[in-house]
Design a protein around this ligand. Sequence first.
Ligand code: FAD
Length: 417
Amino acid sequence: MEKDWDLIVLGGGPAGLMAAGQAASGGKRVLLLEKMDQPGRKLRITGMGRCNLTNIASNEEFISHFGKNGRFLRQAFSRFFNKELVDFLEGIGVETITERGGRVFPANDDAVIVTEKLVRWVENSGVKIMTGAPVEKIILVDGKISGIQTRAGDIFPCNEVIIATGGASYTGTGSTGDGFRMAEALGHSIEQLRPALVPLKTMGNTAQRLQGLPLRNARVTVYFNGKKSNEIFGEMLFTHFGVSGPIMLTLSGQIVDALNAGIKVEISIDLKPALEEAKLDARLLRELDAHGKQKAASMLKRLLPMKMVPVCAELTGIPPDKPCHQITAEERARLLRWLKDFRLEITGHLPLEAAMVTAGGVSLKEVDPRTMASRVIDGLYFAGEVLDLAADTGGYNLQAAFSTGWLAGQSIPDSGN
Ligand SMILES: Cc1cc2nc3c(=O)[nH]c(=O)nc-3n(C[C@H](O)[C@H](O)[C@H](O)COP(=O)(O)OP(=O)(O)OC[C@H]3O[C@@H](n4cnc5c(N)ncnc54)[C@H](O)[C@@H]3O)c2cc1C
């Protein structure tokens, strides 16, 4: 019996939308089922509403941002990479601009318009989109896909299914990990889910006292069990529970793994990365000489953001009302050390729900990187964050969703109906 649909795509995020549109453009009859009341709920809030679509980094650099699993993306990127994505977006009416760090954004800074143009393209390609339609399970008959069943109990027959249900974070956008459960029920292995790009908790109340303070030019060094592991330069933010902001989110993946392995994690913040120790010391000496009668706190205000002054005074043990000319050589040395090495112990992280990206997911060993097809079930494909792929901030995650979606959509065979 002829089935109404050649392909059913589960999930209307960037991966599912791209997959559905590509398959329909290739002549397939495609149904896209989206759990929420509208597709692309997460896409609409990406990049703080601006949507960092991709990055102009080279293929090799791009792949390195995904860690050891990045190689899996080689085939997808060889077919549909950043240039192809930018051209595609222009084709659907989204002009782009490239900013610092090679980050590509829509020229109008509007993630909602990007989503709406993408959805319109998908519909114009002939895809039928059904919203408010959470899929409950994929139905197999004799080990082959025969259709899907929605939570409401409706059954839609088909031979090919793409799971593009995203990760298990920011669950309010619809990404609640359903795809992992459905894939597991069909015999797929799921690599342990972990938060990636997640804010971190720190020991004590130091961060809390600095809550809301951004550091735009900090150099952060990470220590695992006292051994230097990584160094990164950029912007971070203190929060009521610890630290966040771009560089801390970028470091969070490896820090979460280290914490899970029972490793002691510390970060060292260099608050004056542009000044070598000797130069900074000379600057401190000049300050103390020139303003001998001023209180230490006044001198610190010229060196640090206001919020940091009492914290610095306490942690270095320099009384804030001590006149500068009375500050001892030892106190100056302590201040110098603190400015170059402000230490915080990382004690934990916010839960998976609060992470920007879910690490872990459908094991890449069981997916063909040339087609995104399951190696376990015929007719099953994957695209996007449901796969065991997670990258730093910078537009890498969206490119991976678009590229794997594109490849999955292109790989759907003709039905012969
Ligand atoms: C706040 C925030 C900002 C971000 N900013 C950026 C950025 O600027 N650049 C970048 O590269 N990355 C960014 N990311 C990451 C990026 O958004 C994701 O990696 C990307 O959206 C993954 O795409 P996806 O299509 O695989 O999954 P998702 O976008 O999560 O889409 C999955 C879809 O599947 C639907 N679904 C789930 N279960 C079912 C079901 N059972 N039945 C039917 N439908 C279902 C969901 O409702 C959802 O619409 C950000 C993430 C967050 C949370």
